[in-house]
Design a protein around this ligand. Sequence first.
Ligand SMILES: Cc1cc2nc3c(=O)[nH]c(=O)nc-3n(C[C@H](O)[C@H](O)[C@H](O)COP(=O)(O)O)c2cc1C
Length: 270
Amino acid sequence: MDCIVDIKKEGNKVVASLPFDARAEFNIPKGSIYVKCVLENIQFKSKLMSRGNGRYCIFFSKQLLKDIGIDGNEKLNVHLKIEPDTPTLLPEFTEMPELINNEVLKAISQRASIRRFSEKDINHVQMNTILNAGLCAPSATNKRPFHFVVVKDKEKMFSIIGYNPYVKMLKGAQACIIVCGDKVVQGIPEWLLADCSAATQNILLAIHSIGLGGVWCGIKQGSDFYKGIVKEFGLPNNIRPVSLVAFGYPGEEKTQSCRFENSKIHFETW
Ligand SMILES: Cc1cc2nc3c(=O)[nH]c(=O)nc-3n(C[C@H](O)[C@H](O)[C@H](O)COP(=O)(O)O)c2cc1C
């Protein structure tokens, strides 16, 4: 379908409001509506946002605005070609091929993010085991720039929930480890991120392997959460918090599905 849409700024978002009821027009009685569009010869895909009463709109990402060559600051009236698109289907999982199995591989394939915890406390041996796993992680040029801030104090854990809605599980966690990296020791920011990510995964696997459960929480550089952590835990200037792992005895049971996807494996070349 071809239509003329208004593109204008609403708050900090640039939005195109569709002049028709997309659900009725595309005969999609329920669920999300995905569309393929052409605007100023630029093709893009999007998910429509409902504004109630049959009104739908498209939010434009910064990249798309750049591709189209508009900044969204002035209202535009443009031609849009739009048609329904099949949603990106979940990847097709193939049957699991024959694999070697051992304790390490079992932990890797069965680990799942745990966000509910029981009230049972964890002990020093468990904590040290987990920290040792973190410290065993590989690091670029073996710089081992990791530092771990271990927090068991409930009030301290509560104090950072306000900075990030995605870490509410800290309310029930028995402890958390803030994985940090020393920027000066590592030098290269990408390596610091990679080193700390390797340590985080080791920590998660150790947690899982000793019958506990945990979840990796990201700390985006410069975010309120990042600044909150720096402030609440007094991190020095050279220390960058990279992730936080909340953990404890699991208060929920989770099984992992098969994640073997042929489509993600490229032999010899892409
Ligand atoms: C970089 C990164 C940041 C994440 N941040 C959060 C977070 O802030 N809150 C959360 O609940 N989970 C977070 N997760 C966990 C992911 O949601 C989780 O790993 C993903 O849904 C896959 O589930 P699984 O861990 O059970 O395999 C994060 C994971 C990574 C790798």
